[in-house]
Design a protein around this ligand. Structure first.
Ligand code: CO
Ligand code: CO
Length: 367
């Protein structure tokens, strides 16, 4: 599988005459090699040159993991003295013939530390930001990846239902968040959650990215709950909205509009459609209900090994959707000082429209 992925990488790089690519630990690094390395202050760089044996620069004490890897990676290691770094980088760059080459880098990942070490070790190499080429690589998921995402969604949903049974009016947002975090772990999420849950009640919910605070759940509130699990490296990212006690008719109405917009966005997620069609479909429903000015963000984002990755469901994105692409559909209405509501599902593009990995009801959950 990893040999296939390297072939895909080189064919994408070929289109723009790159000779190879340099990665530090992160989603793409793991996608290409199956290796998991923690990113700390010590520089770790994977050099993938077309027609060359892969090279990995890393601390000596972490080289053991390479024994089980099937990609025949050649390692260049250093001890705990940072003074060794420049020399080890130089040896690695020479070994893989980096001089005068054009190498792709990920602008959101590679750090200044590694970039400077590479540039100093091989001054004639051009390291060029290549998100256009690299972004497409992980977008279409295979069946194995989708199975992991489905499991991540299932864990998150089970955790949410278990949390609902344990929360009450009067609890603070933080108390609700801690209950949800505990349930995510109990239900089998990897401990490195895609993000910590958002629990935003009453007027706080008008901020789409609110942090849980000390506000207590109060009768009449809508409460936005946005959370996700990770399973074998793949993320889910779900939002449901709770109604606490009796809520105003306007809030009931807004909830129906957002559920309708969520459905319209999912239906539009057909292969061959453009990404903006998903945004347009969801936004149209909210515009028609005269809440357009209160839907202040894009309709969704790609989801996979990272919680935000391409493709992005914006009104400007003309990218064609292809089978196996995975992303969120998450319209919302946010009225400052009053209330907020969002409903977020995780979708796989199929011929006939979006297949949903999430199955919790989209209605308000009553507590
Ligand atoms: Co979310
Ligand atoms: Co999201």
């Amino acid at each position: 599988m990893y040999e296939q992925r390297l072939k895909l990488l080189y064919s994408l790089l070929d289109q723009d005459h790159f000779d190879g690519a340099a990665f530090i630990p992160g989603a793409t690094f793991t996608y290409l090699t199956g290796l998991h390395y923690h990113l700390d202050e010590r520089p770790k760089v994977l050099l993938l040159g077309k027609g060359r044996r892969p090279v990995l620069i890393l601390p000596e004490f972490e080289a053991g993991k390479l024994k089980e890897n099937t990609l025949n990676i050649k390692s260049f290691t250093y001890g705990e003295n940072p003074d060794q770094w420049p020399q080890v980088f130089q040896q690695a760059c020479e070994s893989t013939g980096l001089a005068d080459k054009k190498y792709a880098i990920e602008p959101l990942q590679l750090r200044v530390r590694e970039l400077r070490l590479l540039e100093e070790a091989s001054p004639s190499t051009r390291f060029i930001s290549a998100s256009a080429q690299l972004d497409t690589m992980r977008m279409q998921k295979d069946d194995g990846e989708i199975a992991k995402m489905r499991k991540a969604a299932g864990i998150a949903q089970d955790a949410f239902l278990a949390m609902l049974a344990n929360i009450r009016v009067g609890m603070t947002e933080k108390e609700v968040a801690s209950e949800l975090v505990a349930q995510l772990l109990k239900h089998g999420s990897d401990p490195n959650f895609p993000f910590l849950p958002i629990i935003a009640s009453g007027p706080n919910a008008a901020n789409p990215h609110a942090n849980p605070g000390e506000r207590r759940l109060t009768s009449g509130d809508l409460v936005v709950v946005d959370w996700g699990a990770r399973y074998e490296g793949y993320c889910s990212d779900i939002t449901r909205t709770l109604a606490v006690g009796e809520i105003a008719p306007e809030l009931e109405m807004a909830a129906k509009i957002v559920a309708e917009a969520n459905k319209a966005g999912k239906v539009a997620a057909k292969s061959g459609a453009v990404a903006s069609a998903v945004d347009d479909a969801a936004r149209h429903v909210i515009d028609e209900a005269d809440y357009g000015q209160y839907f202040t963000h894009r309709t969704g984002h790609g989801l996979g090994m990272e919680v935000h990755e391409p493709p992005y469901m914006t009104g400007q994105n003309t990218m064609e959707l292809k089978t196996g692409m995975t992303f969120t559909v998450e319209p919302g209405i946010y009225v400052p000082g009053k209330f907020g509501i969002r409903i977020e599902d995780n979708v796989v593009v199929r011929e006939e429209g979006g297949e949903c990995l999430t199955s919790l009801p989209r209605d308000l959950f009553r507590i």
